[in-house]
Design a protein around this ligand. Structure first.
Ligand SMILES: Cc1c2[nH]c(c1CCC(=O)O)Cc1[nH]c(c(CCC(=O)O)c1C)Cc1[nH]c(c(CCC(=O)O)c1C)Cc1[nH]c(c(C)c1CCC(=O)O)C2
Length: 350
């Protein structure tokens, strides 16, 4: 088999590389002045997600500065409920607001009739990116996991306790399954369309995987992810799927073994020494620098990054953060981090 010229793809195929590829979750965004500039011209955040020319531009912005080994499509996980007809607004300073669906009866409000039509601009962005990015850069498509997207659909936005979605899932598991099953199917279709448009790997963001007890984690995180991965593998064999069950803790191991994902995104709390032995021995891993280390910068950032680079140097690894870049991150700290990873393991010019 021909080896890819793209470090990111080689790592996901299981190769142990001397210098790991890197990209950063939420690498495009408000910490960059050029993003804020483009965003000001776009109107709403959803307008930006659905304007291919602008979405391509903001995807490329971090690559121009830092030369990441992968570009991630600029969009949002909540375009899926939007495409199913759920009302969605991004309220400045408050985050996303949806018209909540709290019971099985509310599922009648969802429809797949306009699904791909509403998401067509996203596919167009992927198509344009596949030729716009450098030859050695890989293109990542993404979606939220069924569980995490359901969290937003049921809560109507972010939440501290996730009480509504848990009450629905625990109190009416059959009704809640109808929502999860629909999300498995449409998410498979959505990711499949991104792959057909040129995405070379996909990441499934499960930001709220960590709020569930073990039995419910198996039922609402592992099982649906496994079905999603099976649907994708049947249509696109060999296209890597990165699963990111943030906060999974000890359940990371079961997720890694059971879901069939190609690679595993690790959150900030996962110790590299443990993960190298228990997870990286099974599949390639990605992560997991605390995004706040990049806000702090200096020796703290450098030492934390080196600990991670060393910890995962014995197996297939993609350097990343353990969660998304935050808005207060100084862009020059990202530059210093990029220089460090790119010069690894020779630190003389970092
Ligand atoms: C839970 C979640 C969402 N969206 C996403 C997740 C999973 C990862 C995570 O846990 O952070 C994923 C996401 N959102 C965005 C991307 C773009 C690609 C990237 O650069 O990584 C990706 C991969 C853009 C965005 N998505 C959002 C912005 C900010 C919007 C703006 O510019 O005003 C961006 C750049 C809005 C958004 N979108 C979402 C929230 C909670 C918010 C508000 C919080 C915030 O503003 O940071 C839902």
């Amino acid at each position: 088999m021909e080896t890819s010229r793209k470090l990111f793809i080689r790592a996901l195929k299981g190769e142990t590389l001397t210098r790991p590829p890197f990209w950063l979750m939420r690498q495009a965004g408000r910490y960059l002045p050029e993003y804020r500039e483009t965003r000001a011209h776009a109107g709403s955040f959803l307008d930006l997600c659905f304007a291919p020319e602008l979405a391509v531009e903001v995807t490329l912005q971090p690559l121009r500065r830092y030369g990441m080994d992968a570009a991630i499509l600029f969009s949002d996980i909540l375009v899926v409920p939007y495409a199913l007809g759920q009302k969605l607004d991004y309220v400045e300073g408050e985050g996303p607001k949806l018209d909540p669906i709290r019971t099985a009866a509310g599922l009648g409000r969802l429809s797949t009739a306009a699904f791909h039509e509403r998401l067509a601009p996203v596919y167009e962005t992927v198509r344009r990116l596949s030729t716009a990015i450098p030859e050695t850069t890989a293109l990542i498509g993404f979606a939220g996991s069924p569980w995490t997207v359901a969290c937003y659909m049921v809560e109507g936005g972010g939440s501290k306790e996730y009480a509504h979605v848990k009450s629905f899932a625990y109190g009416d598991p059959q009704g809640f399954s109808a929502l999860i099953d629909q999300l498995v199917r449409v998410t498979a279709d959505y990711l499949s369309a991104q792959i057909e448009a040129g995405a070379e790997a996909v990441q499934v963001f499960d930001s709220w995987a960590g709020v569930l007890p073990a039995p419910e984690f198996r039922k609402w995180v592992i099982e649906p992810t496994k079905r999603l991965v099976e649907l994708l593998a049947a249509r696109h064999p060999g296209v890597p799927v990165i699963g990111f069950p943030r906060g999974a803790g000890p359940m990371y191991r079961e997720y890694a073994v059971e879901t069939g994902v190609t690679a595993l995104g690790l959150d900030t709390t996962v110790p590299p020494e443990w993960a190298a032995a228990e997870l990286q021995s099974v599949l390639p891993v990605q992560g997991n620098l605390d995004p706040i280390m990049v806000v702090a910068g200096g020796d703290a950032m450098r030492e934390a990054a080196i600990r991670i680079l060393k910890g995962f140097s014995g197996g297939p690894f993609v350097f990343n953060l353990g969660h998304g870049v935050v808005q207060t991150t100084p862009p020059e700290h990202v530059g210093q981090l990029a220089a460090l990873v790119k010069s690894w393991p020779d630190l003389s010019d970092a």
